[in-house]
Write a protein that binds this ligand. Structure first.
Ligand code: SF4
Length: 384
């Protein structure tokens, strides 16, 4: 008998950035301070108004992402967290993450964030090489990262993630190795390493044929280098793009990969709650109007109750991103059928070194993880 989920995570989207990075397709834009401040109040109102949904559930993770949430005044972030404490049942030790970009740091902000209950920072660095940062259109240089990181540590943050990227313009194996060594010297608790994706609608998409980026094989090699260097430095490679010191996995992101419920607030925020997935429109003006009018149904675009078949496919697609993979017993208990009855014999993949079966679990090996999209699309009806 599977246990009923009694926790929920909250995701709060802050759709503001000082400028748009050249590769970014997240929903964010520049805005004047008064607009951001008004937005924070509306976001708090949405948080309060939808709180009855989470009655009986404990909030054990809060994630304020964006955009650049640290463009909000610390007092606005404190108000959002106070609203969550007032209207939701918070776990006594919740993980509370705020994403932060180096250029948005202001003296004294980190002390205020800690005081507000934020206990995890996620800093977007991407590269330690200023030329690469410039090519990405990042609004900061390496020196800004260093002062931000030091200020966060001095303020008392003991749980910091640093985001890096590979496959970016001008990057070479050597410059990536330099970024990795530089980041390791700061000893963050967590590192996320994503490959650059050239998304439609971005300046990079326009320039895709002339972007000075490495070929596919070199980029695949870079990914293996990241895994090797961070693994040798004692980080657990627990998810395809995520590495953590022991005890520092991202609890909020684990929620996504384990298919646990979360409520998203703000434009473009996604929710998965009570078996239904939905998302708010990418329109800050429309969002503000909907919240002010109490028209929350306008914020539930593409609402879709996951069918049992989709639930099984999502389970496989999301959990196989984790190096701990799928527990065969849990799969059978949830879906009333064994993994291999559905997806066939996996002995070939095991013999080929792409999958491993251990202690009742099926998981990708490091090598298998890099071709996982091809394997998953053979297994699943929809493409990952
Ligand atoms: S800082 Fe992040 S969210 Fe903002 S434009 Fe750059 S990549 Fe996008």
């Amino acid at each position: 008998m599977l246990q009923k989920e009694n926790t929920v995570g909250l995701y709060l989207h802050v759709p503001f950035c000082v400028a748009k990075c050249r590769y970014c397709d997240f929903y964010s834009a520049a805005a004047p301070r008064e607009v951001m401040s008004r937005y924070a109040k509306v976001l708090a109102k949405e948080l309060e108004s939808r709180a009855p949904l989470a009655r009986g559930l404990t909030v054990d993770t809060v994630y304020i992402g964006g955009g650049t949430p640290t463009l909000l005044a610390p007092a606005d972030i404190a108000h959002l967290l106070d609203t969550a404490r007032q209207h939701y049942t918070l776990d006594p030790a919740p993980e509370v993450t705020v994403e932060c970009n180096p250029q948005s740091f202001k003296a004294g902000s980190f002390e205020a964030l800690l005081g507000a209950g934020v206990n995890r920072l996620s800093i977007g660095l991407q590269s330690s090489n200023d030329r690469e940062l410039l090519a990405l259109g990042r609004p900061h240089d390496m020196a800004a990262f260093v002062s931000t990181y030091r200020a966060a540590r001095e303020a008392g943050f003991q749980n910091i993630n640093v985001d890096i990227m590979f496959g970016i313009p001008h990057q070479t194996r050597e410059s990536l190795a330099c970024t990795l060594q530089t980041v390791l010297a700061y000893a963050p608790e967590h590192i996320s390493a994503y490959g650059l994706r050239v998304e439609k609608g971005t300046p990079f998409w326009q320039e895709r044929h002339t972007l000075p980026i490495a070929d596919e094989d070199t980029v695949a090699d870079m990914q293996l280098t990241v895994a090797h260097v961070l693994g040798s430095a004692g980080y657990e490679h627990y998810e395809v793009s995520n590495y953590a010191r022991e005890g520092y996995r991202s609890r909020h992101n684990m929620r996504y990969w384990l298919g646990k419920p979360y409520l998203g607030f703000g434009p473009a925020a996604h929710s998965f709650f009570d078996g239904v997935r939905y998302e708010a429109p990418c329109d800050t003006g429309g969002y503000v109007r909907a919240v002010e009018e109490g028209n929350f149904s306008a914020l539930q675009l593409n609402a879709h109750r996951i069918t049992p078949h989709e639930a099984m496919e999502e389970y496989v697609m999301l959990r196989m991103r984790l190096f701990e993979g799928i527990e065969e017993k849990d799969f059978s208990a949830r879906f009333g059928i064994s993994f291999e009855e559905v997806y066939g014999n996996v002995e070939n993949l095991i013999r080929g070194g792409l999958l491993v079966k251990k202690a009742g679990r099926i998981a990708f090996t490091e090598q298998g993880m890099y071709v996982s999209n091809a394997i998953l699309s053979e297994w699943l009806d929809f493409k990952p």
